[in-house]
Write a protein that binds this ligand. Structure first.
Ligand code: BES
Ligand code: MN
Ligand code: ZN
Length: 488
């Protein structure tokens, strides 16, 4: 398990700077005006900060970036960062500045000096998120301690450190799950990690294969039947909102490994399919954050945990399977497994919880990567107002999201001659026909959003707030959405 840095928010103590062995960051706006902390650091370093500020390099620096002074004279630190950031900057740039610090700080942690309290939370969040490093399976091993980030601001009481940490904890939980290899994160191990959320007050139930069969979740079970790992559905409930209020339901695709099944994938790049539980990972991270923040809202998270393997018992192309809803599905391609998992879990979520809204998250199609690359998740919805509120939350959090169309003409591509539908709709509009398939399992009157996160859950280059690898995309936006809905 990877934990974020410990965050402390304090008053500015000028006398503590000289002896700090943490990475020291001073913030200076493009006007070059030095605040009290910058002046003190400048004096300690015999004018080095002033030279930085007056340099060409600093003039050309983008806001949120920094110039680094290694082993500065007059200070105990090994790293001094002069970060360009205006006092009244935007939340985005404050997070970017934080990320610059988080990327540089390493195990020494950071002392972030004299920041405007208003943006302190964003700077801290950026630092915590960007410093993520998963070392559990290298000889370095799991970290035995976490670094400390000390944020020195004018009004410490204005910074909600607990909430910043709760968000980072949720994002780290998601990233760890997405990063874990499939021999470690089996369906059983995944369920065990979710059961640990009970310690935070989340009610967690694990449905085993027998229970799923009794419920009629046969399309989900069909995906997992070629694997030695048992299929599971985990239900997480957070009921701290008004009694009797319908919950928001979050549903996640949790394919712990996707070989494609009998319709097996090519060897090159197949190792990436260890992240095919990314949707379930985001649901897990959101549940963890809202529990840690003790949000006054009703939210249920449901994940379908399966492994898609080829085997003597695996589902074949051509098989016809009955879903929990009762509609039958002709399997054309066993690699279109995510929708078969989701359709049963979505139906169950609606039958059991009659949610006020349902959001499913899935690394569902390669086609969404062709369409939107790694910048935006695909957003599909049957409800304009609900969709708009999600898009707004995602925009504020800097998590790329782009709405895609749905329509009856696309739905026709799913027509089957032997069953109620096929599980694939052919190459054209592959992400949309996948969404159309899911929409067949959304009840009339349930506001629904489908998030295809195949392109954003894990990326091969660093993003604004994450090193390369698992991003935790969606955890921040969904936390915000939960808050927004609770405030309505
Ligand atoms: N898990 C994949 C989608 C995926 C691809 C996620 C790349 C992340 C990166 C999904 O189960 C899948 O295999 N989809 C197929 C659907 C096709 C058979 C209709 C695809 O996208 O090729
Ligand atoms: Mn697949
Ligand atoms: Zn898949």
């Amino acid at each position: 398990m990877t934990s974020p840095a410990a965050l402390t928010v304090t008053d500015l103590d000028l006398d503590a700077i000289e002896a700090s062995t943490a990475c020291v960051a001073v913030l200076v706006g493009s006007d070059g005006k030095m605040g009290r902390a910058a002046r003190r650091v400048n004096r300690l370093t015999k004018g080095a900060v002033k030279r930085v500020i007056e340099s060409d390099g600093f003039a050309k620096l983008e806001e949120g970036d920094a110039i680094t002074l290694s082993f500065p004279v007059g200070m105990a630190t090994e790293t001094l960062l002069v970060v360009k950031l205006a006092r009244n900057t935007s939340p985005d740039l404050a997070r970017k500045a934080g990320a610059t610090i988080g990327a540089a700080m390493g195990k020494a942690g950071a002392l972030i000096l004299s920041t405007n309290s208003k943006r302190g939370g964003d700077i801290a969040l950026g630092a915590l998120l960007k410093a993520y490093k998963f070392t559990d399976h290298t000889s370095e091993g799991p970290a035995s301690s976490v670094p400390t980030v000390t944020l020195a601001v004018t009004k410490p009481e204005d910074v909600d450190a607990a909430s910043v940490t709760a968000l980072a904890e949720g994002v780290f939980f998601t990233r760890d799950l997405v990063t874990e290899p499939a021999n470690v994160l089996t369906t059983t191990e995944f369920a065990a990690r979710l059961e640990a959320l009970t310690a935070l007050g989340v009610e967690v139930e694990v449905l085993d294969e027998k229970a799923l069969e009794a419920l009629g979740m046969l399309t989900l079970l069909a995906v997992g039947q070629g694997s030695r790992s048992p299929s599971k559905v985990v239900v997480m409930q957070w009921n701290k909102g008004p009694k009797g209020d319908a919950p928001l339901a979050l549903v996640g695709k949790g394919v712990v490994f996707d070989t494609g099944g009998i319709s097996i994938k090519p060897a090159a790049g197949m190792e990436d399919m260890t992240m095919d539980m990314g949707g379930a990972g985001v649901v897990a991270g959101v549940m963890k954050s809202i529990a840690l923040r003790d949000v006054k809202a009703n939210v249920v998270g449901l994940v379908g945990l399966v492994e898609n393997m080829p085997d003597g018992n695996a589902t074949r192309p051509g098989d016809v399977i009955k879903s929990m809803k009762g509609d039958t599905v002709e399997i054309i391609n066993t690699d279109a497994e995510g929708r078969m998992v989701l359709c049963d879990v979505m139906w169950y979520a609606q039958e059991r919880f009659a949610p006020r809204g349902m959001i499913d998250l899935a690394t569902l199609t390669g086609a969404i990567i062709i369409g939107l690359g790694h910048e935006n998740a695909g957003v599909f919805s049957n409800d304009d107002a609900f969709c708009k509120s999600f898009l707004k939350a995602a925009e504020i959090e800097g998590e790329g999201a782009w709405r895609m169309p749905l329509g009856a003409a696309y739905d026709k591509q799913l027509k089957s001659d032997v069953a109620d539908m096929k599980n694939v709709g052919g190459r054209p509009a592959g992400s949309i026909t996948a969404a159309q398939y899911l929409q067949r399992f959304v009840k009339e009157g349930t506001p629904w959003i489908h998030l295809d996160i195949a392109g954003v859950a894990e990326v091969k280059a660093p993003t604004a707030l994450a090193p390369k690898g698992a991003t935790g995309w969606g955890v921040l936006a969904l936390n915000r959405l939960v808050d927004d809905l609770a405030a309505e």
